[in-house]
Design a protein around this ligand. Structure first.
Ligand SMILES: [Cu+2]
Length: 320
């Protein structure tokens, strides 16, 4: 063993200098290529500038949120994706550099080293720093999204049941508040939740039977609706864009779960006030929507058609 080791070592030393001299040619060009690639990627990101996320299709995250909370979550996702890509590019670069730079070029055993304290320190500290930064921004955004004010401008109670929704407009937050107006979804009519722009809105959720989940994709947020004494509460500080947005149940809750849709209709504060007044005056949701100049029926989804009537039941039993 000793003799073999002593045979290998000198040859490794002898061969090391010509190998380096030969390797010097291709090395700068590989480094240059890697540098050009990284520079090009950075330039692309900078030139597309203000909206990196949109350029890369949100890195898989839905876009165009309609509340400040949605936009903050979107920004967190984009920032985290860019950080992950930067770390990924660095690691891939180092892996490929090692594969090329230290590839096998002969039978000689390379110089053996044991450890390198600065390197070990660096690759212990760097991941801890990366995780700490990601944790900090996640905690800040999550705290903002979960923030509940003592006195929101609008409070709406969301009642879920198999397989539809009821929306109760309340005079204040809390279980003891009074319902001033209500909208109930039926088999024929999709329930429309009317809310104003520019006001803070509290959602208080409760279920009559099983677990459902209140989800408007444009809020980039969903929250489970529990039965029993649990009242799941969340808020948006405002809704920024008027329009009609489909809402869905996002928790598998039974046979017609996929048909458990509603519509969020975001209107101006003035329209909202008049809508509530009309509802308090005894009008139906559809009448009140017409009264404030809005479409009376849902624009983004439609009731589930069972296609069950006497005729097709008759046909089925006849076997034709
Ligand atoms: Cu459901």
């Amino acid at each position: 063993m000793v003799a073999r080791g002593s045979e290998v070592r000198p040859s490794a030393v002898r061969q090391s200098s010509p190998r380096n001299a030969r390797g010097r040619g291709p090395r700068p060009s590989i480094a240059r290529l890697a540098g050009l690639g990284a520079g090009g990627a950075a330039l692309l990101a900078l030139l597309t500038g203000c909206d990196v996320g949109r350029t890369f299709d949100g890195f898989g995250w839905p876009q165009q949120g309609i509340s400040p909370e949605a936009n903050r979550m979107y920004d967190l996702w984009i920032g985290s994706s860019i950080a992950a890509l930067a770390v990924g590019a660095l690691v891939w670069g180092l892996i490929f550099w090692c594969i090329i730079r230290y590839r096998k070029r002969g039978e000689a055993l390379p110089v053996q080293t044991r450890f390198n304290m600065p390197m070990e320190f660096l690759y212990t500290i760097t991941p801890i720093l990366v995780v700490a930064v990601l944790f900090y921004y996640t905690a800040v955004v999550q705290t903002g999204v979960d923030k509940v004010r003592s006195n929101p401008d609008v409070t709406v109670e969301v009642v879920a049941f198999k397989w539809n929704w009821q929306f109760n407009y309340r005079d204040r937050p809390g279980e003891d508040a009074n319902t001033v107006a209500s909208t109930l979804g039926t088999t024929e009519v999709i329930p429309i939740l009317v809310l104003p722009t520019g006001r803070s809105i509290r959602f208080e959720e409760t279920s009559r039977d099983v677990i459902h989940s209140f989800w408007v994709p444009e809020m980039l947020f969903k929250r489970d609706v529990f039965p029993g004494n649990v009242r799941n509460v969340f808020e948006v500080s405002s809704l920024d864009t008027e329009g009609a947005y489909v809402g869905r149940c996002a928790e598998l809750c039974g046979t017609y779960h996929s048909m458990m849709n509603f519509e969020l209709r975001v209107v101006s504060p003035d329209q909202y006030d008049r809508f509530i007044e009309a509802k308090r005056g005894g009008q139906s949701t559809q009448e009140a929507l017409i009264a404030v100049g809005e479409e009376p029926l849902a624009q983004t989804t439609h009731p589930f058609e069972t296609k069950r009537d006497n005729n097709n039941f008759g046909n089925a039993s006849a076997g034709s």
